[in-house]
Design a binder for this molecule. Sequence first.
Ligand code: ADP
Ligand code: MG
Length: 238
Amino acid sequence: MNIHEYQAKEIFRKYGLKVLNGKIANTADEAMNAAKELGGDIWVVKAQIHAGGRGKGGGVKIAKTPDEVKTLASEMIGMNLVTHQTGPEGKQVNKIYIEQGCNIDKEYYCAVFLDRATSQVSVMASSEGGVNIEEVAEKTPEKIHTINIDPNFGMQDFEARNLAFKLGFEGKQAIKAAIYFKGLYEIYMKEDCAMVEINPLVTTKEGDVMALDAKMNFDSNALYRHKDVLEMRDITEE
Ligand code: ADP
Ligand code: MG
């Protein structure tokens, strides 16, 4: 079972992982009010559909005033969004997420998934984020780093730090990235996920490390023990 970006970010917050503030909206007026309540001077209007590639398809847009948020929202709500993951028929946008804008310094990629070949959970990360990871895997596979986690010990601090160093993180940011990787592994295990994917994980000009996008997929056989996750199900997306 998949959930929306805004729902995945709620789970991240629960585990203490940094994400930007945002609010969900079903109408253009709700979107404008959400921007006013969030405050700041830049917002991102994000279509909530169970598919990636929204940015390229027109499902992620930047606004500089609450009025602009309203205009973009009225265009986005109800639109048929076509991305490389929706197929040519596209998906109708019913909800949008209004999020604070952020000063991106660099974009990274990170995912936690089950590696069936080794029967272990893997944490995969790359310094090449924000782009199609399949393309990175094909053209520059050396830029993707994967570690398998021993289930008896869980993800160790040194493993998380080594991964951060391999991606080129330094100093305090390496520590923040390592904490993020460990947090994602913890979420994956405790919430019985099938996959957690962050593209992009970013560093900001202010020195923060955080997920700007979040995709979570759950093991359906374990949903009986996650009532709160089951409530996030959106059957209109299935
Ligand atoms: P998708 O992967 O579906 O295209 P993302 O959430 O990854 O959607 O957004 C696409 C791009 O938009 C990101 O790679 C990032 O560069 C930018 N972006 C997304 N959210 C924000 C934000 N809150 N502030 C600034 N830029 C953002
Ligand atoms: Mg993305």
